[in-house]
Ligand binder design. Structure first.
Ligand code: COA
Length: 260
C-alpha cells in the first residue's frame, strides 16, 4: 500500500512506520492521521509482523504536534470532533493494539507528537529529543489524550507543571521522569529499537497481546477523563485566546492573550 505522508518499511517480524513530512516537522494533519490509522490496522492483521516501531523522518523531529494551520479557524464543534476522531482513529488504536508499538523519538515530540509517543507502549529517544505539551501557549489544551496519559506516565504534579508551563524537557529529565525508557545516539536509535523488537518477537505474541490488554485495563476508570478532555479541547476553540494563540504561531510572533 502506498501513502502520501508516511512510509512503512517491513523487515519481518518488525515493521517500521515513519511519519514523512520533514518540512513541516512531521506535524499531524488529517490525512496523516488517516494514513496512520490504515497502516496500523493493516499491520495488526499481518500475522508475520510481531512488533511495530514508530518514528519521524529527518533528524529534527519525531512529530512537532497537530498541524496548527489545519485547525486555526475551527469552531467549538469542529475542535471537539478533531479531538474525538483523532483519539479514536489513532491514539486509542495504538494504545490498544494487540502488538507492541515502540516509539523511536528522534527529535521534537511536542503536543500531538508527544501524545502519539505516549500512546505507544513505550518510548526510546535520541539525545536531541525534546518533549512537551505546548498547547496552552496556543490557547488550547492537549486533545489527543495528553491530559490523561502524561499523568499516568510521570505523575500528576509533573504533568501539570509541564502542561501549565508549555515547556519542553530534554532526554535526561524525560528519563528521570520515566517518560522514556532509554536514550541512544540518533544513528543507533533505530538499530537499538530493532534489537529490542527482535527480543520481544521471540516471545509469545498471544501472551504479549493479553499483557497489553491487562496493563491497559488497570488505567480504565469509571469517570472518563478522555471524554472530559475532548469537551474542554472543543470549548477552547470558542475563545479569543485560541484565535490569538494560533494566529500568533502562524504569523511567527509571540501571542498576547486577551484572557477570554
Ligand atoms: N503545525 C504546523 N506546522 C508546523 C508545526 C505544527 N505543529 N510545527 C512546525 N511546523 C512548521 C513550521 O510552520 C515551519 O513551516 P514553514 O517552513 O512552512 O514556515 C516548519 O514546520 C519548520 O518549523 P520552524 O518553526 O520553522 O522550526 P524551528 O526549528 O524554528 O522550531 C519548533 C521548531 C518545534 C520549536 C516549532 O516548529 C514549534 O514550536 N512548533 C509548534 C509546536 C506546537 O506548538 N505543537 C503543538 C500543536 S497543538
Amino acid at each position: 500500500m502506498s501513502y502520501n505522508n508516511i512510509l512503512v518499511e517491513e523487515k519481518k517480524p518488525i515493521a517500521t512506520v515513519i511519519i514523512n513530512r520533514p518540512n513541516k516537522l512531521n506535524a499531524l494533519n488529517k490525512e496523516t492521521i488517516q494514513e496512520l490509522h490504515q497502516a496500523f490496522s493493516f499491520l495488526e492483521k499481518d500475522k508475520e509482523v510481531k512488533v511495530i516501531l514508530l518514528t519521524g523522518s529527518g533528524e529534527k523531529a519525531f512529530v512537532a504536534g497537530a498541524d496548527i494551520s489545519e485547525f486555526a479557524n475551527f469552531s467549538v464543534e469542529e475542535g471537539g470532533k478533531l479531538a474525538a476522531e483523532g483519539q479514536e482513529l489513532l491514539f486509542n488504536l495504538i494504545e490498544n493494539l494487540s502488538k507492541p508499538v515502540i516509539a523511536a523519538v528522534n527529535g521534537f515530540a511536542l503536543g500531538g507528537g508527544l501524545e502519539l509517543a505516549m500512546a505507544c507502549h513505550f518510548r526510546v529517544a535520541s539525545h536531541n529529543a525534546r518533549m512537551g505539551l505546548p498547547e496552552v501557549s496556543l490557547g488550547v489544551i492537549p486533545g489527543y489524550g495528553g491530559t490523561q496519559r502524561l499523568p499516568q506516565l510521570i505523575g500528576k504534579g509533573r504533568a501539570l507543571e509541564l502542561i501549565m508551563t508549555a515547556g519542553m524537557i530534554d532526554v535526561e529529565r524525560a528519563l528521570d521522569y520515566g517518560l522514556i525508557n532509554h536514550v541512544i545516539s540518533q544513528e543507533e536509535l533505530l538499530p537499538f529499537c530493532e534489537k529490542l523488537a527482535d527480543k520481544i518477537s521471540k516471545n509469545s505474541s498471544v501472551a504479549i497481546g493479553h499483557a497489553i490488554k491487562a496493563v491497559n485495563a488497570g488505567f480504565k476508570h469509571d469517570s472518563n477523563g478522555y471524554a472530559a478532555e475532548i469537551e474542554a479541547f472543543g470549548a477552547c476553540f470558542g475563545t479569543a485566546d485560541f484565535k490569538e494563540g494560533t494566529n500568533a504561531f502562524l504569523e511567527k510572533r509571540k501571542a498576547d492573550f486577551p484572557g477570554e
